[in-house]
Design a protein around this ligand. Structure first.
Ligand SMILES: Nc1ncnc2c1ncn2[C@@H]1O[C@H](COP(=O)(O)OP(=O)(O)OP(=O)(O)O)[C@@H](O)[C@H]1O
Ligand SMILES: [Mg+2]
Length: 329
């Protein structure tokens, strides 16, 4: 593990760097059946994520694997090969979670947030979310790595501290980093504001500091990467009384306490114009339920779409109208 990581770093045990340099990309073509089998195995034995020839490594709690899409074909990436896509079957204990994640990301994109591209695809009877890696660029059948670091890495915090509630980075730490490190800090602060806003508007509980990254473009431009791992929680647990975002907004994480005052505080921390920020949140909250519905309609043939629509849309409409109303309080 470690020869193909998030970003452009590669890790190797001491003494094996030469092997890493010398081994070419070893790409093994996979059939749809092979991928379906990998998804099935993932369901049964989540520990066995990689096959022996693979060297990729990705963070995160959910089952996943990474493959390379090259010449209109999926490949297992061996040797020094870089993977181009992340494939996740969804969180097992939450019905149709991959579908919810895909639809949330598409809806966010439709409301103007920069989000990684994803598709929901069947491999035989196994459906999974397939996410384009924004830290890979394919040029004439060669895959190049771009460096990325998530906000825990960039701030030197361990993964155990990814949530602000357990001592992880807060908005102020993240904003300071953006101001110090990004080529266009203003643009970065607006992207950080979008991360706050879209997690609240989507009712997404997991926007922690490892779910947002910085990316270094080949021309040296440092910016916030497209968002990823964005999924509404409103589909699940309809009885939940106190829903929260992971990263506090103006000092509050509980949805019902995030009002105009908290957004004004957040604007102060981000040093963004208060009216522009609240207008952005309002526009997003107005558009999001419709965008979610449209994104669902685009995958109407996927199993679970009607249930997800039925469970999510009423809750989402209610939630977004509350987010809007609280902006004036
Ligand atoms: N589209 C992408 N392009 C490049 N890297 C990505 C992309 N999506 C995710 N990653 C990287 O892979 C890691 C794991 O992905 P992801 O966050 O989707 O997994 P997860 O297991 O659902 O995470 P969590 O533990 O937050 O639920 C991310 O932390 C990030 O470093
Ligand atoms: Mg994640």
């Amino acid at each position: 593990m470690g020869w193909d990581c998030p970003g452009a770093v590669q890790f190797t045990p001491e003494g094996r760097a030469e092997e890493l340099h010398q081994r070419a990309a070893e790409l093994t073509p996979l059939t749809e059946h092979d991928i379906a089998d990998r998804l099935r195995i993932l369901q049964d034995q989540p520990a066995s994520w990689t096959t022996p020839g693979e060297h990729w490594s990705l963070g995160g709690q959910q089952e996943k694997f990474a493959l390379t899409w090259l010449e209109d074909q999926w490949h297992e990436a061996g040797g020094s090969a870089a993977t181009t896509h992340i494939i996740k079957p969804g969180i097992k204990v939450l019905h149709h979670q991959a579908l919810v994640e895909h639809v949330t990301m598409r809806a966010a994109a439709a409301t103007g947030v920069s989000v990684a591209d994803s598709r929901l695809l069947p491999f035989e009877d196994q459906w999974a979310i397939v996410i384009d890696r924004f830290d890979r660029v394919t040029v004439f059948d060669k895959v190049f790595r771009l460096h990325q670091e998530d906000f825990c890495q960039a701030l030197g915090r361990l993964p155990e501290r990814k949530y602000e509630s357990v001592g992880g980075p807060g908005l102020r730490d993240m904003a300071d980093l953006v101001r110090k490190q990004l080529t266009d800090p203003e643009d970065g602060l607006r992207a950080l504001a979008d991360f706050l806003a879209v997690n609240l508007v989507a009712g997404a509980p997991d926007g922690h500091a490892k779910n947002i990254s910085l990316i270094l473009a080949p021309d040296g431009n440092r910016s916030i990467a497209p968002l990823y791992d964005l999924a509404s929680g409103l589909t699940y647990d309809p009885e939940a009384v106190e829903r929260t975002v992971a990263l506090s907004i103006g000092g509050e994480r509980i949805f019902s306490r995030i009002r105009g005052k908290q957004w004004r505080k957040a604007a102060g921390i981000l040093k963004l114009d208060t009216d522009l920020l609240t207008q952005r949140v309002a526009t997003m909250a107005e558009a999001f339920p419709g965008a979610f519905e449209t994104a669902l309609a685009e995958i109407a043939d996927a199993p679970g779409t009607p249930e997800v629509a039925e469970r999510t849309l009423p809750a989402l409409r209610q939630h977004c109208s509350e987010v809007l109303a609280r902006l004036d309080e």
